[in-house]
Design a binder for this molecule. Sequence first.
Ligand code: PMP
Length: 399
Amino acid sequence: SSWFSHVPEAPRDPILGVTEKFLADTNPQKINLGVGAYRDDSGQPVVLKSVREAERRVAGSHFMEYLPIAGHRQFCEDSVKLAYGEDSPVLKNKQVAMLQSLSGTGSCRLSAEFQGHWMPGSTIYIPTPTWANHLNIWRDAHVAIEQYPYYKPETRGLDFERMCDFLSKAPAGSAVLLHACAHNPTGVDPSTEQWRELSQLLKQKALLPILDCAYQGFASGDCDRDAQAIRIFAEDGHRMMLCQSFAKNMGLYGQRVGCWSIVCDDEKEVKAVESQMKALARPMYSNPPVHGALLVHTILADPELKKQWLGEVKDMAERIISMRTLLRQNLEALGSPLSWNHITDQIGMFCYTGLSPEQVDKLTAEHSIYLTRNGRISMAGVNTNNVARLAEAIHKHSA
Ligand code: PMP
């Protein structure tokens, strides 16, 4: 018999499984609300004009040599400036250790590995619910996981009180994973005031914030506004980790370009920490790919191109925001007795509709509308052509 006859088939990824089923459906009216990638109003994937221009400039201009283990240094510096802010004191004081990562997932994985190595025995606190891969990532890094309350089904909003209460009981030296903006899957974010309170709470209780920032610019359309949590925590003097992804905000999904950074005490500490960040990356994949980092660097380092890109992120965010309004209007116009305020209150790529798994099954079986069974819809899949049909189906099964 084979060496592998004892290997059972792993369960399908719940998110990627939705797309597989969508592709197999022959209904021409089918709607895919599972995709975590931006689509334009005709349902097509988008390559940003600023990215095409960067591609044109980069093409044929560079060697195919390896990057260093920590990746493209200039790219990392551009990237952390975008997050912490141009005039950020932690950057001015050279307190930030950084490394080019394999997009947001790679940054999270390295954060988890770093925690496992250098904060042995510590726990990671992860919100309920969260992007399902967070749980896989910290589990595979052998870090103990606790889940804190985050979402309140009754209000379809933030359960701030229970969240703070739970976190205040976490042992000092634990880490807390926070979605920097556009929480996935709920679309529910703390307000500015609540971020300030959270920052104080984590400080008082000696908890390490790990901010996962996969949607900067994509939530509000404004990269500075979407970085508010990062900047509040940095300003309050936290030592923290930050996981940045350029998948969504630059549409570079398949290029796997991200940046992982750690705010340290001083330059000396940065040197040691950065050397250990590299020591984690080296045995996993040696060094990151070059092309995507060059694209991002080309855009962020050129004021004109950066301006164009900021406009394009804003356009994507605004299309999504306008689809939220339209979906809510359509539901209200159908005479739905339920409240749909949460559709427009929530932010980012996703809307947590409150539909039950059984209701989701009906949307799929009867209307060829595909979404995850937790009732999460990707707003990117909604457009002016399908919103009426979507609203009717939701109305029919939620009434
Ligand atoms: N974190 C969150 C919260 C996400 O939603 C995603 C993308 N779905 C990621 C991280 C990672 O994405 P990527 O690895 O493509 O950058």
